[in-house]
Design a protein around this ligand. Structure first.
Ligand SMILES: Cc1ncc(COP(=O)(O)O)c(C=O)c1O
Length: 492
């Protein structure tokens, strides 16, 4: 394929790509031309340490995965109406990683397709339409999922919450409705689960029935949120008691990212078993393949509707060969162990940084899914949104790619390919230390710019005001302009 100058790429993108498709670092976007392992390279050969791409799960362009695609592509690719071994082998291998009765697999092409199908399965099985979702959740870009994604429907361009959708409090024990300063973690699990119970009761009183509860097993867009103990077990019991089914969205957090388990819902205990699990991103290591795993009973209810499920590309032999190669690689390269080991090391180093930098309000994580919640004040936990954007921008200058998310875009998200190693973690921590020191030295978070009393209680429109806070006021113009530009950094 033709290669062109970066300026030409930008020009053509502006002309031919819809403006709602955003770039990372839009004022100085990076043109990546190749990648390997945990590193990406721009057109000048500059190397970047990738802490963003959880999709390149086993490492960018892993030779085993690439070869599996090439081999199958050169023999056959076709749809799932023909018998093919790759489809059934991949389904058998995937389902073997789940507890009973999760033994049936549907293959699709993206996380959005997986979640959309999960909703259809739930509705076919329960005959109920209503869905409970968590505040700040994102489940995909198609219409049915924008409807259940407060991360989209509550923000600019969103149409607000539809009637059939009920939003439960995000069980964020640091920044949510109930906090770790008021109750023990076990109590918080009960409190947040009771929130769901109340929603079910209220819906029932209003003549509505809940068909499904959907949640990420660790909430990523919500700000790297770790669910309190006992939460899913109690929620699942409330939802099932009301005739609904429980969907675990593992599109971001599945496939061993959490280290000791294959799936993040397993962190909540062996007796926590969803009715439907959705998989995506890491499943193909960059190739578009995704899946829905469910029970024979739910799959049968879906079949009983009489409508065929056909998906042209879902489960094609190439995608299944690639997904199997990803599973092989996770096992052969011991990536779950590695995620646990390097993740622990990283968390320990970050906790040490916390002693030095009051701007770090909370460090949370499991395996290589880590969040750093930046605050202007540890007591009030006011989010340090602009500072987070500044960190990202400065780390980019140091060739480290990181993103921020959460309702206030103040949580630094670390979710690298699982080949990320201890040296990479050390480098990240050293540079983070330097940048946070710069911020402290330049007194970026002065009181006069604080606008919010209790961040957990602000409305989405008030939330947007946070983006307007300019902690660089009084700083040299160049620096200040740069920060304001960087506040536009892309989420997800
Ligand atoms: C938790 C979660 N679910 C679903 C999706 C949708 O996946 P896709 O973009 O592959 O359609 C995403 C994408 O970011 C996600 O983060």
């Amino acid at each position: 394929m033709e290669s062109m100058s970066k300026n030409d790429t930008v020009r053509l993108r502006k002309r031919h790509i819809g403006p709602s498709c955003k770039l990372f670092f839009k004022n100085d976007p990076i043109k990546i031309v190749r990648a390997e392992g945990q590193y990406m390279y721009d057109e000048k050969g500059q190397q970047y340490l990738d802490c963003i791409n959880n999709v390149a799960h086993v490492g960018h362009c892993h030779p085993t995965v690439v070869q599996a695609g090439i081999d199958q592509m050169s023999v056959l690719n076709t749809n799932s109406r023909f018998l093919h071994d790759n489809l059934v082998i991949c389904a058998k291998r995937l389902t073997s990683l789940f507890p009973e009765p999760l033994s049936v697999c549907f293959f699709v092409n993206s996380g959005s397709e997986a979640n959309d199908l999960a909703l259809r399965l739930a509705r076919a099985h329960t005959k109920f339409n209503d869905v409970i979702t968590l505040d700040h959740a994102y489940h995909g870009h198609v219409t049915s999922l924008i409807d259940i994604s407060p991360y989209k429907f509550n923000l600019p361009g969103g149409g607000g919450k539809p009637e059939h959708v009920h939003v439960a409090a995000c069980p964020d024990v640091y920044r949510g409705k109930y906090r770790d300063v008021d109750s023990s973690l076990d109590e918080l699990g009960v409190k947040y689960a009771n929130d769901v119970k109340e929603i079910i009761e209220k819906a029932k009183a209003g003549g509505r029935n809940i068909g499904a509860f959907i949640a990420e097993s660790l909430q990523s867009c919500g700000g790297q949120v770790i669910l309190p103990p006992g939460y899913l077990k109690q929620v699942y019991s409330h939802v099932r008691g009301a005739g609904g089914v429980c969907i675990a969205d593992e599109v971001q957090v599945g496939f061993g990212r959490v280290g000791k388990h294959w799936w993040a819902f397993q962190l909540q205990g062996e007796d926590v078993i969803p009715d439907i699990v959705t998989l995506g991103k890491p499943m193909g290591n960059g190739h578009p393949v995704a899946a829905v795993i469910t029970t024979p009973a739910i799959a049968q209810s879906f079949a009983n509707t009489g409508m065929e499920y056909f998906n042209t590309y879902g489960g094609n032999p190439v995608s299944c060969a690639i997904a199997c190669a990803v599973l092989d690689t996770i096992e052969q390269d011991c990536l779950r162990d590695k995620s646990a080991r390097v993740g622990n090391h990283l968390m320990n180093c970050l906790r040490q940084l916390m002693d030095k930098h009051p701007i770090i309000g909370d460090i949370r994580g499991v395996g290589l899914f880590v969040g750093i919640d930046l605050v202007r004040d540890r007591e009030s936990r006011k989010p340090a949104t602009a500072e987070a954007q500044h960190v990202i921008s400065r780390l980019k200058e140091e060739q480290i790619l990181l993103s921020a998310d959460g309702p206030y875009s103040n949580v630094l998200k670390i979710k690298p390919p699982l080949v990320f190693n201890q040296d990479n973690a050390d480098r990240l921590v050293t540079l983070l230390d330097e940048v946070l020191t710069e911020i402290a030295d330049s007194k970026l978070y002065a009181d006069e710019h604080e606008q919010l009393e209790r961040p957990g209680s602000v409305s989405p429109s008030e939330t947007r005001k946070i983006y307007e806070i300019d902690p660089m006021a009084g700083q040299p113009n160049g620096k200040r302009k740069k920060l304001i530009e960087d506040i536009e950094a892309v989420k997800l």
